[in-house]
Design a protein around this ligand. Structure first.
Ligand SMILES: NC(=[NH2+])NCCC[C@H](N)C(=O)O
Length: 479
């Protein structure tokens, strides 16, 4: 691996608006949407679900706008959630953002493999719940197939992602149309504000927040590839358009399902619950269609997330906050070292799921909450940029941007609260070991690792991580 190829993608072709939008939609729509009817109904009635979507709409829209604003006002900052955190809060925070994002991305992929083979288990019983030996062997073959595909070039992989993204919209559109016909307003209105077992409206709404976070992860997809984009303005457009398309699908799927089955019925469904909702609407074919849809959708999202996962250490490596080796690309412009590390870890975890599915599920929710810190840092950074007026013409109003960035930041804090502060504490177990990589990188460049308060922050993360690890081991805390 030579360092000459460190230049961004060498002469690789640049990504256009269509490919960027497909990256956003393709990474947001993966497995989550197929389980949405059950996941949302598990703790909330129709009324609370609608309120939950309204909050999510406002919050995620402002976050999408914040990414758009950053792409337009700060075109020189590459690297999405990592790049913005570093620009706003220095090398060490930038590193942590890349690290948290990366872990969240690849652990998410481990869950994708399990979910995909569990859906295939609908037809092929040898795959069971997605973690039988046969399933793990086949998942591993698929993993390395994707690996070599991406090694041949990010641009080509992005092209295939565009195709799978279009393909995955078909079963979802079909679901929406067919369920509209089966929709019964009486079913929908029944216990609109939830039955007493679900608790207060606030509790019900809060229960939906975790689910809505997971389904929107990927909203940063275009920003992560800003360095490979043809035009910066396309990055912003792709983010907003991708968001609007995705939320329309998500809301339709979750709300329409409530007119086919009652909340307790939905809550009791197996996942992917869309399969059983459609089965109720049109018969056995329904389950076949949605299971197939899930396989296509997650297959495509696996590709998108292989790209996204490898991008984070690569970008950080290029800037010298991750070890140099991760910043190198092969002759096709693919971040080869980063890909090998990422997929190697996924392979390891796939084997672990063979022995312990429970432990891995716990790790998954932990990893989901890890991405909230990178999101919050981006929102706050967009607020700082607007406040300082960076990239604005003289006399140009900042009011709109300030309020958007303000709401996005408040939403970011709310998500961490709604996801549970416990998870934030537990995620320190995974944040803490990153320090070794950071110190390694800084040593390579002969730089002092910390400026100002960064050393204190690093110490806090390590101490919290150690306490959390200790409490986990002694059983005082559980995932
Ligand atoms: N591999 C991942 N890290 N995926 C995270 C994105 C999840 C995506 N929004 C979904 O609903 O499926």
């Amino acid at each position: 691996m030579s360092t000459e190829t460190e230049v961004q993608g060498g002469g690789a072709p640049k990504l256009k608006l269509g490919a960027l939008t497909a990256l956003v939609v393709g990474s947001m729509i993966g497995g989550g949407i197929f389980s949405l009817p059950q996941n949302m109904a598990a703790g909330a009635g129709a009324g609370a679900i609608i309120i939950g979507w309204a909050i999510t709409f406002l919050g995620m829209l402002t976050l999408a706008f914040a990414f758009q604003m950053l792409a337009n006002r700060k075109p020189e900052v590459e690297g999405g959630v990592y790049g913005y955190a570093r620009a706003g809060f220095g090398d060490y925070m930038g590193f942590n953002s890349a690290w948290g994002y990366w872990i969240s991305a690849w652990i998410g992929n481990v869950s994708y493999f399990v979910v995909m083979f569990s859906a295939l288990g609908f037809w092929f019983h040898a795959f069971g719940d997605g973690n039988t030996p046969t399933a793990i062997i086949c998942a591993s073959v698929l993993l390395w197939g994707l690996h070599f595909l991406v090694l041949r070039g990010v641009h080509g992989a992005a092209f295939i992602n565009t195709i799978t993204t279009i393909a995955k919209l078909v079963p979802l559109a079909l679901f929406i149309v067919l369920v509209v016909f089966a929709f019964k307003i009486d079913t929908f209105n029944l216990d609109f504000w939830g039955n007493p077992k679900l608790g207060s409206i606030v509790d019900q709404v809060k229960s939906t927040m975790l689910v809505t976070v997971w389904v929107f992860i990927g909203i940063e997809g275009a920003s992560m590839f800003s360095g490979r984009a043809e035009k910066m303005s396309d990055v912003g457009k792709a983010t907003v358009v991708g968001f609007l398309l995705t939320i329309a699908l998500l809301v339709a799927v979750s709300v329409l399902a409530l007119g086919v089955m009652t909340q307790p019925e939905l809550a009791a469904l197996k996942n992917p619950s869309t399969a059983y909702v459609l089965e109720k609407a049109i018969g056995p074919w329904g389950a076949n269609i949605m299971n197939a849809g899930l396989v296509i959708s997650v297959g495509g999202a696996l590709l998108a997330w292989t790209l996204l996962a490898a991008e984070a250490p690569y970008l950080a490596g290029k800037d010298g906050v991750m070890p140099r080796i991760f910043g190198t690309t092969n002759a096709n412009g693919s971040p080869a070292a980063s890909l090998w590390l990422t997929n190697g870890l996924i392979q390891l975890f796939l084997v672990i799921t063979l022995f312990s599915s429970a432990g891995y599920l716990a790790l998954l929710s932990l990893a989901t909450s890890m991405i909230l810190i990178p999101y919050l840092l981006c929102a706050v950074y967009s607020f700082m940029v607007a406040q300082r007026g960076e990239g604005y013409q003289a006399g140009e109003g900042k009011g709109r941007d300030l309020s958007i960035a303000g709401i996005a930041s408040v939403y970011g804090v709310w998500l961490i609260y709604a996801a549970g502060v416990k998870y934030l504490f537990l995620s320190m177990v995974l944040y803490a070991p990153g320090l070794l990589f950071y110190l390694w990188a800084k040593k390579e460049h002969g730089e002092k690792p910390f400026k100002g308060a960064e050393a204190v922050l690093a110490a806090i993360i390590v101490v919290l991580g150690a306490i959390a690890a200790y409490e986990l081991i002694t059983g005082q805390l559980s995932l």
